[in-house]
Design a protein around this ligand. Structure first.
Ligand code: SF4
Length: 239
C-alpha cells in the first residue's frame, strides 16, 4: 500500500504543481466578462450549469440594458427571464439576480459588498460566487471550488472531499493566501484543456509527474494512449 503523504510533502508538491501550471497557463484568469462587481455577480449567477462563453454572449447585451441594481429590481420579471433564457434555469436565475439586487439596495446602499459574510447573505450567492467576486474585484484571495477544481484537485490528491466547503478548507492549507485565486483559475484552464472529466489527457499533462492519478488513467486508456501514458508514468517514477 502506498505510504500516506505528509502535509509538508503535499505542500511541496502543491507548490511544484502551481509553478508548472503557471508556466502552462500564464494568462489564466476569470473567463467571464465584467466591468464591476455587480456585473461579475450577475455573470457568475448566470454561469451555473452554463458555459462562460454562452454567458459572455448573453451579458454583452444584458449589461447594456441593466446597469444598476435598481435596473434589475425594476425590470418586469418576464423581460429579465427572456434576456437570460439561453443560459438555462432562467426563471431561478432571474429570481436570484432580482432578489440579490433588491437586497443590495435595501441593505448595502446599492453597492455589492466586499465581505464574505455579507455576500453570502445575497440570494443565489454561495461561497463559490462570493470567492469569485472577492478575488477579482476586491483583491481578497479565495479558493473557488467549481466542478473543475473539485475533479482536478481530487485527481491531484490535494483533497479527497466532494463537498465544496471541505475542499476549500483542504486547498487553503496547501498554498499561501495570495496563490488561492490563481490556483482556482488554473483548475478551470487545466480542467478544460487537459484534465477533462471523461478522458484526462495525461500523456500531455505538464503535471503528470506530480499526479498520483496518472496510473489510474493508464489502466483505463486505449492501447495507443496506454503507450503514451507509460512514458509519462515512467517519467513520474524518475522524480
Ligand atoms: S496526470 Fe492526468 S489525472 Fe493527473 S492532473 Fe494530469 S491529466 Fe489530470
Amino acid at each position: 500500500m502506498a505510504r500516506r503523504e505528509t502535509l509538508a510533502a503535499k505542500k511541496q508538491r502543491a507548490l511544484r504543481v502551481f509553478e508548472a501550471l503557471r508556466e502552462t497557463y500564464p494568462d489564466a484568469t476569470c473567463s467571464l466578462d465584467y466591468r464591476n462587481p455587480l456585473e461579475l455577480m450577475v455573470a457568475t449567477i448566470l454561469a451555473a450549469q452554463c458555459t462562460d462563453e454562452r454567458v459572455n454572449v448573453v451579458t454583452k447585451t444584458l449589461f447594456k440594458k441593466y446597469r444598476t441594481p435598481q435596473d434589475y429590481v425594476n425590470a418586469p420579471r418576464e423581460e429579465l427571464e427572456k434576456s437570460i433564457q439561453t443560459c438555462g434555469f432562467f426563471r431561478q436565475k432571474a429570481k436570484s439576480i432580482a432578489n440579490s439586487c433588491a437586497a443590495i439596495m435595501e441593505r448595502f446602499g446599492g453597492s455589492v459588498p466586499g465581505v464574505m459574510d455579507e455576500l453570502t447573505t445575497l440570494p443565489g450567492v454561495g461561497r463559490k460566487t462570493a470567492n469569485v467576486i472577492l478575488g477579482q474585484c476586491f483583491g481578497v484571495p479565495g479558493v473557488i471550488v467549481d466542478t473543475h477544481c473539485t475533479r482536478v484537485s481530487n485527481r491531484l490528491g490535494f483533497t479527497r472531499q466532494l463537498d465544496p466547503a471541505k475542499i476549500e478548507q483542504d486547498l487553503m492549507k496547501l498554498w499561501p493566501r495570495d496563490m488561492w485565486t490563481l490556483y482556482s483559475h488554473f483548475m478551470v484552464f487545466h480542467g478544460r484543456a487537459i484534465c477533462q472529466a471523461r478522458k484526462p489527457r495525461c500523456s500531455e499533462c505538464p503535471v503528470a509527474g506530480l499526479c498520483p492519478s496518472v496510473n489510474n488513467a493508464l489502466k483505463t486508456a486505449s492501447r495507443p494512449r496506454r503507450q503514451a501514458l507509460k512514458v509519462v508514468a515512467s517519467k513520474k517514477r524518475e522524480h
